[in-house]
Design a protein around this ligand. Sequence first.
Ligand code: HEM
Length: 438
Amino acid sequence: MLLAYESPFVVWLAHIPMVILTKGEHIQMVSGKCVDRDMMGIFRESVGDGITVARAEKWRKTRRLMNPAFSANMLRQYAVVFSQQARMLAKKLAEQADTGRQFDLWPYMANANVDIITENITGCKLHTQDVSENEFSQALIKTLKLESLRLVLPWLLSPTLFYLYRLFTGNEDVFRKLRKLPRQVRSDGGGCGGGAAESNTLLDILLEARETNAQLDEKQIHDEMLNVIVTGSESTAVTGSFVLLLLAMHPDIQEKVHQEVTAVFATDTDEYEHRDSSMASVEKLGQLKLVDQCVKETLRIFTLFPLTIRKTSDEIRLDDELVIPANCQVAMALHGVHLDPLLYPNPTVWNPRNFETEAVERRPKYSYLAFGSGPRSCIGTKYAILSLKAQIARVVLDYRLETSVRYTDLRPVMDAIVRNKFGYPVRLRSRRKSLNER
Ligand code: HEM
């Protein structure tokens, strides 16, 4: 629908005009100059006033502070956790293997990704994968749905009416459950130790900065942690679920992925079995080209954040005729770019070959925006891709995935991010005889 209008065009949200951009070059221009995200403030209710929703001035300081936690060195450490938790994920999935039953991948992926992000950014092991119902993931989905309602029911933008709505729909409790997690991590001394605990985690960085930064009080640290836990777990859990479901629908591509994964790790069978850290080293994960293409193509079609919003501080000239005024809300339609047939022939068909090197080189740089663009693009881009590769590699190495769901059955729906309406149903068949020996 977005592509029916020429970029830019304006829609009205009640009394607020919003400029919509669907052309990659326009998006690149605006995202390069604009870092304010004032409309995202509606999500403060659920995720607090942290990096993802912060206004420009506060955001600059926080981003500078957090960048080192996503450096190449830190990614090397995180890879150990990716590998260990991916192994745990595969082990958990064994309870569903060879039963002939179709089941939803979502709870397994959600739990694994909460464990991965909390261990990496706090050094604490939550062991969420060991419990069947994850209170945090359930609360997260409910709160994001509630917050997104405010985009379509503007009267809920009033904090009082929103509070009353939550109260009368029996949903006030979910916000409390969500906010509990960072506190639980920090007070749960028994869960810490091992993994990345002795390293300089994001939590360590924030606690250290608190000594010299009066604004970084206990609440602010809590909000920053919650922001990263929320963005860093949901996004990878949903993407991983989509990729595995799509591989189940495309057995030919799944077999090629399996061949790639076995080829990369075949020489290390012993190490792979017993020494997880070597399995998912950054170098080895870098060799998984087809897995990389599958992840990127999945995010092209099922762009988790189809729109990202900025507010202009100065006027921005797009060309000789088009000028966006200062103080204007601008929505950048990332998904619109991904569906442009001039960039991607047959844009709605899932085809990982769209991300083969030659195909990527033929397209302009701004044609792929799943992680946004400009200084406020996703801080966890490399982290996310590596984590997903480790999880997908491990699952495909251990299982053959099947599904009765067809591509045309998929129903992407959006709350704060895009998910499949009816989950990610698959059947698993063990590829290796002695799974118990893992
Ligand atoms: C498949 C996974 C992911 C996707 C598709 C994704 C996508 C995005 C997008 C589109 C944005 C907004 C960019 C913009 O406005 O230009 C964003 C922001 C952000 N993402 Fe991600 N993300 C993913 C995973 C992660 C992970 C794993 C983390 C943390 C470990 C993370 C942390 C953040 C943060 C903190 C921001 C706010 C950045 C800022 O405002 O400076 N994301 N992400």
